[in-house]
Ligand binder design. Sequence first.
Ligand code: 13P
Ligand code: SF4
Length: 304
Amino acid sequence: DGSVAEQIRYINRRKQELNAIILAHFYQRPEIQEMADYVGDSLQLAVQAAKTTADVIVFCGVRFMAESAKILNPKRTVLLPEPGAGCPMADMVTAKELRRKKQELPGVQVVCYVNSSAEVKAESDICCTSSNAVKVVNSLPPGVPVLFVPDKNLGHFVARQTGREMILWEGYCPVHHRVSLDELMEAKRQHPGAVVMVHPECQPEVVAASDYALSTGGILETVGRLPDREFIIGTEEGLLYQLRKRYPDRSFYLVRDEFLCPDMKLTTVEKVVRSLETLEPKIEVPEDVRGRAYQALERMINLR
Ligand code: 13P
Ligand code: SF4
């Protein structure tokens, strides 16, 4: 009858028929997080995608995440229910621009944030996510310059943490970059005593005024380890759904009123239904690109 309950029943039936699993990022709509077999941050989702034996992976997230799943586990059919779900930051570096930069910097090691295209990963030595970026950079032989693409804010944070000399790309996440120090200070005034946790995609001055800069998965986990009751959260609002679900006795406040990634919100229950019906839109990565991108992703995953 087209009701949400009916759609969920269809999804569960069709998943069994196809041997499919649904992976969802923490920024997805609550109903998508609820229907998923696994909800996680970028790294956790990549690891799940790499090891799944399901024939079909329905990726509720944005394109670079679904591409990473295909790169890591190419025998599976990977579906991205909304083909237009991209990441504006990932589009801030192209393979062509990166190749040109590498020519200017012979011997440079390229660390690429997973928020990037398959072609950019193929031009990189190793990938990272926000949860392992410090570990990834620390794993590189010292004394060789590091080029970090595309997020200058995460790059700045990692350079600080590692003390390594890093060349940063001029990219940023429009959603996280918008948070201002004034907004953070105002949130702190309203909630004195709250622990401040932000995503390292926020600007350096915002990160510096926070207690923690963590990936989405890192925020979820760290809240559970602290005795505190109140938290100011500086990341996309989808994570608050998961935080409130897991920690109903704590209070969470968003650092700014509006904190939405429009691309992450494009995935709906209807689109998941359609995708399972039609087995479209499929994510494909040309084999020459895939092989080189695989090396960069695999090198990251093996570091865990
Ligand atoms: P996480 O790796 O922390 O899940 O972040 C993904 C992302 O797109 C942040 O904007
Ligand atoms: Fe990209 Fe920012 Fe959206 Fe994350 S929140 S997917 S980095 S635009």
